[in-house]
Design a protein around this ligand. Structure first.
Ligand code: SAM
Length: 468
């Protein structure tokens, strides 16, 4: 889409009259600047994955991500960068999860959630497609437990793919209603993000067609639904914990209204801060975020000790046990394929109790592992691979968690090389005739996928569904 098309589609005259009238009342003298912003192209941004891209590499790699060696940074997110007429989604660095294309104002809520790598228990309750989940994961640095939940099955599958692409290793991806989760996780989490389904008024510049779906009835329906979701989030927060509620809309029935109604019913919570990004005040499309903290020592009306007791200790959830012969196959694979310094190889060697079996598949569980029995779980930590008869085959997810130095046999390709393009279309690569067995295919030293080397050829194991 070029700037001319953006301008035509974003003619403010096409916005619903009820919406513009409400914004006039809400913004007063600022309305003129607000509505003029609709004649400008929407802002484009991406967030780099600091687990993969080190500060020292940013200048070199940002030319590939953004088309500029000195891209402008997003004020409120240190890993966020703006880009212009560039298509970062086309680079193989996108396929391997070096960055996530994310609207700049959508980077705000996670920065308010107070995430660190001390081993927190974090829930992202409305998580698909995963922009904010992967932002949280970046700050958790593989520690603790990140539960990413999405209620719509097809969206949960996309969430799971994005978590795999970004190389996240400590996430449980779950597909449940908030009520089903709160029945299991009463008073469990330290941090909860409620990036609520909303009327989406902040998306009208990027997706002008979305404005045609807008109605006052829908605003009210979204506000009611947010009340329900926030109540369930409150059930799941522990004492002293923090909820960040966010939307990409401007409507006061949602946003401030949802917070006001929540505080009426939850006297054990306090609102710490509220932020709003408008397209005329900041370089972003629009977001609202509020920080809710649970007062220490408060007795939550909704936290029944019964429900939290259902969260079992980690060992009881790691059933069924891996049969000895399968453990041997896995260890043989790890020793012949991964270097002794690779942390995943070390973790399996040091504590086989971290392994989880689902049918033929085997996962390395997050370091904190709750009871997930009976829940619809799409992913439980890092999928190491699957057993096929008497063989172990590594999973694509494992390749995205690895770096060049983690593998005993690895090839490294340049991001804009013909070889890298060949690999993601599914073609074979050539190698030294002496190389044999599983080989990690990397770009810029970051794992992109697997190949199997034999007689001078690396057979392509890049998943068919991801080839292009
Ligand atoms: N946090 C996501 C991100 O950054 O990529 C975006 C989330 S989007 C704003 C809201 C999500 O809430 C949608 O994926 C939607 O399917 C989900 N949702 C819809 N109804 C829901 C409900 N009743 N309870 C929980 N989530 C719901």
């Amino acid at each position: 889409m070029n700037a001319d098309t953006d301008y035509k589609n974003n003619d403010p005259a096409n916005l619903p009259g009820d919406f513009t009238e409400r914004m006039k009342l809400q913004l007063g003298n600022d309305y003129g600047s607000f509505i003029s912003s609709y004649t400008l192209p929407y802002t484009k941004a991406l967030r780099i994955n600091t687990q993969k891209v080190l500060p020292v590499d940013i200048t070199r790699m940002s030319r590939i991500f953004t088309g500029s060696e000195n891209p402008e940074t997003v004020d409120w997110c240190t890993s966020g960068y703006y880009y212009g007429n560039h298509e970062p989604g086309k680079s193989v660095l996108h396929d391997l999860g070096a960055y996530y294309i994310q609207e700049a104002s959508a980077m705000l809520p996670v920065t308010l959630l107070d995430i660190n790598d001390s081993g927190q228990k974090v829930l992202d309750l409305c998580a698909a497609p995963g922009g904010k989940t992967t932002q949280i994961a970046d700050l958790m640095n593989g520690r603790g437990l990140l539960v990413a939940n999405e209620v719509i099955p097809s969206r949960a599958a996309i969430l799971s793919e994005n978590i795999e692409r970004m190389g996240v290793t400590n996430a449980l991806v779950i597909n449940e209603e908030p009520a089903a989760l709160s029945a299991r996780f009463g008073g469990y989490f330290d941090r909860i993000l409620v990036d609520a389904p909303c009327s989406g008024e902040g998306m009208f510049r990027k997706h002008p067609e979305a404005s045609q779906q807008w109605s006052l009835d829908n605003v009210k329906m979204c506000a009611n639904r947010q009340d329900m979701i926030l109540d369930r989030a409150a059930d799941m927060l522990n004492d002293g914990g923090r909820i960040v509620y966010s939307t990409c809309t401007f409507s006061p029935e949602e946003d401030e209204g949802s917070i006001e109604r929540f505080l009426l019913h939850h006297p054990d919570f306090a609102v710490e801060k509220m932020h709003r990004i408008y397209p005329h005040t900041h370089r972003g499309e629009g977001h609202f975020a509020a920080v809710l903290t649970k007062i220490m020592g408060s007795e939550s009306l909704n936290n029944s000790s019964d429900s939290s007791a259902k969260t079992k200790s980690k060992d009881s959830s790691r059933l069924p046990k891996i049969p000895r012969e399968r453990l041997t196959l896995l260890n043989d694979f790890l020793e012949s394929t991964l270097s002794s310094g690779c942390k995943y190889r070390q973790q399996v060697t040091d504590d086989p109790g971290l392994l989880l079996a689902f049918g033929e598949s085997i996962y390395l569980a997050p370091e904190i592992m709750p009871d997930i029995s009976g829940l619809k779980v799409l992913r439980a930590g890092l999928k190491l691979g699957s057993f096929k008869k008497m063989r172990f085959e590594p999973d694509h997810a494992l390749s995205h968690a690895l770096l060049f130095e983690d593998a005993l046999c690895a090839v490294d390709l340049d991001a804009d090389s013909e070889e890298a393009k060949k690999y993601i279309t599914g073609l074979t690569l050539s190698c030294d005739a002496s190389v044999k067995g599983w080989c990690l295919v990397c770009v810029e030293h970051l794992g992109l996928g697997w190949g199997k080397a034999s007689s001078g050829v690396i057979k392509n194991h890049y998943p068919r569904g991801l080839r292009r």
